[in-house]
Design a protein around this ligand. Structure first.
Ligand code: MRU
Length: 337
């Protein structure tokens, strides 16, 4: 079975098409979005989520909204772009792919005549989407080296097909290994509070015929400590120049447990997630989300609900990218690193 398509174009390219992840695993519903507000709302409410998927959604959403709202007038579209781009980029602060994609869209039309602007935006959005598909495939191929037959793998959150335009980042080597007939045992952390591991990772792996069990986040250290995990692999929302990694809240704890027990902890991400302009994890803006995500609390009890944490470079055994395994520091222009 083909992996699910989380984000892309509607058939005639008139809309951003997403699989609404708020409803999974119970309901598989695709939505076609055309307004900037609908794209922003989908990103903010995690209807579309995962760093690479957010970037692709922003690019396509921007191209579609500008075509609609400008009525095909390139001069008007250029004017609207200056207003829409910063609003879209601000919807979620931690995943660098969002600002990266919006910035690419802006750059793509800098030297373009107004007559060609809308076509150039559509081309750039499609380039961002198709490059993401390719980068996922390449991460999968390079990652085969760390997934032997019989591997027992722990992952946190969802860094699979649902988090990208392709087959995912952390899950890409698992799909590649499964396709080669390697036996796998995957453990998916539940990933409180929004349960991306239990709802999304488990859903897409079962659908692909990959053996997966879900565990509560609090059980991960115990699972590792009992020698039941050969390696941990997670995705990333931002990797800083020194190699610190922002990812879903709870990732840091898993990395600490893996380190304490000598279990390798790998981070898989495309180049678009490496942020050479941010020196260390201390400089990353961490998104904090609303208290109601934690379920019912006693009256007047405040919540601390960060969506992400930062795993220091020292806990990471390897960085798996579309260009293979790489080592920090990551310097200079992202394209030329
Ligand atoms: O809040 P989310 O669901 O968007 O968080 C997603 C993650 O933390 C993923 O692990 C990360 O974006 C990598 S996705 C390839």
């Amino acid at each position: 079975m083909q992996p699910p398509k989380a984000v892309g174009w509607s058939p005639n390219h008139s809309a951003l098409r997403i699989l609404d992840q708020r409803l999974l695993p119970g309901v598989e519903l695709e939505r076609d979005l055309v307004s900037l507000e609908d794209t922003m709302d989908a990103i903010r409410t995690l209807a579309v989520r995962g760093a690479p998927a957010i970037g692709v959604a922003a690019a396509i959403g921007l191209a579609v909204a500008l075509r609609r709202d400008s009525g095909g007038d390139g001069t008007k579209a250029r004017h609207l772009l200056t207003e829409y781009a910063p609003r879209l980029a601000a919807t979620r602060p931690t995943a660098v792919n969002l600002t990266w994609a919006v910035h690419r869209m802006q750059q793509a039309v800098e030297a373009v005549r107004n007559d060609d602007l809308l076509a150039a935006l559509a081309r750039e959005a499609e380039a961002i989407r198709s490059e993401d598909v390719r980068m996922c495939e390449q991460i999968g191929e390079h990652g085969l080296a760390i997934i032997p037959d019989g591997a027992r793998v722990l992952t946190h959150c969802n860094a699979g097909a649902l988090a990208t335009a392709g087959i995912g980042t952390a899950l890409a080597p698992l799909y590649a290994a499964h396709a080669r007939g390697r036996a796998l045992t995957v453990y998916a952390d539940e990933t409180r509070p929004l349960r991306q591991g239990a709802r999304l990772t488990a859903w897409e792996l079962v659908r692909a015929g990959i053996n997966v069990s879900v565990l509560p986040d609090g059980a991960a250290a115990s699972l590792i400590g009992q020698g039941l995990v050969d390696l941990v692999i997670v995705g990333a929302d931002r990797i800083t120049a020194n190699g610190d990694v922002a990812n879903k809240i709870g990732t840091y704890g898993v990395a600490l447990a893996a380190h304490a027990h000598g279990v390798p902890f790998y981070v898989a991400a495309p180049w678009s997630t490496i942020d050479v302009a941010t020196p260390t994890g201390a400089h990353i803006v961490i998104e904090h989300r609303q208290a109601d995500e934690l379920g019912e609390l006693p009256a007047l009890v405040p919540a601390w609900n960060p969506a992400f944490d930062v795993t220091p470079r020292a806990l990471v055994r390897g960085y798996l990218t579309d260009r293979g395994f790489v080592d920090p520091p990551f310097l200079g222009d992202r394209e030329s690193v």
